[in-house]
Design a protein around this ligand. Structure first.
Ligand SMILES: C[S@@+](CC[C@H](N)C(=O)[O-])C[C@H]1O[C@@H](n2cnc3c(N)ncnc32)[C@H](O)[C@@H]1O
Length: 246
């Protein structure tokens, strides 16, 4: 599928064809197992999410954001091979992609440069310890990174997000919903596949996690045979000032 401005958009999401990775061993922590999974995924190139085509849902939400804040600074958190960085930069955002897997970042740089989009900045970094200054972004995108973070790490993820995203900035988030095939028929909300942690979110959890700091502008559930993803557009609330009336 091609969008009106020429960006390729995809109907698929991750999980179709995960690579084989060694089973969890003794003292390895879940965080290490996740990294091992992603390292292997990018080494083999056989991961289950799209490599170059953007999600049409992310494209739709980014267009909405672009109408509100054209050309401002955007961070793609867990950018992988950079497919959403490409469409963000084409829309006119000054775009930065960050991922903790060096091979993904290397591939993202190569793809961007061969697409003539060498202006996109990519760096290696952890979503739980972001290497960026306070309020340095107007928009943050996360497609498929948060749902690999354990619940115990959500406060750290959130603190990092709130540090780098300016007040009234936008957050475009895509995460598994309970309709994703791994979670169907199970009351458990997490799943380990090939060593990697995956978490699905109910609508109530999404609201509970974000409502204290964000307003929901859009929340849709993508449904399909094997599919189930939430796509959300949130806007960070303004900071309360001491002069503000209750
Ligand atoms: C399912 S992939 C999605 C990649 C990309 N967002 C996309 O849509 O193609 C999840 C990505 O998140 C990255 N990731 C997972 N946990 C991370 C963390 N704590 N810090 C930075 N990147 C992380 C992985 O390396 C992987 O590239």
């Amino acid at each position: 599928m091609r969008s009106s401005h020429g960006a390729a958009v995809a109907q698929q999401s991750e999980g179709r064809n995960p690579p084989s990775a060694p089973a969890l061993k003794g003292s390895r922590t879940q965080a290490e197992a996740n990294r091992q999974y992603f390292r292997e995924a990018y080494r083999t190139g056989e991961h289950g999410w799209e490599q170059s085509e953007a999600s049409p849902h992310v494209l739709r939400l980014l267009r909405r954001v672009h109408e509100a804040v054209p050309g401002e600074r955007l961070l793609d958190l867990g950018c992988g091979e950079g497919r959403h960085c490409l469409i963000a930069a084409r829309l006119g955002f000054e775009t930065v992609g960050v991922d903790y897997e060096p091979l993904a970042v290397e591939r993202a740089r190569r793809l961007a440069s061969s697409a003539g989009q060498g202006e996109i900045a990519f760096c290696v970094g952890d979503a739980l310890s972001l290497p960026f200054a306070v309020a340095s972004f107007d928009v943050v995108v996360d497609y498929g990174c948060l749902h690999h973070q354990r619940k115990a790490d959500w406060p750290t993820y959130k603190a990092n997000l709130l540090r780098v995203l300016r007040p009234r900035g936008f957050y475009v988030l895509s995460v598994f919903s309970p309709r994703f095939r791994l979670f169907r028929g199970s009351s458990r909300r997490w799943h380990l596949a090939h060593g990697a942690y995956r978490r699905c979110f109910t609508r109530e959890e999404m609201v509970r996690l974000w409502e204290s700091d964000f307003s929901f502008l859009d929340l849709v559930e993508e449904r399909g045979k094997d599919r189930g993803m939430w796509h959300a557009l949130l806007q960070r609330r303004a900071l309360a000032t001491k002069d503000e009336k209750p």
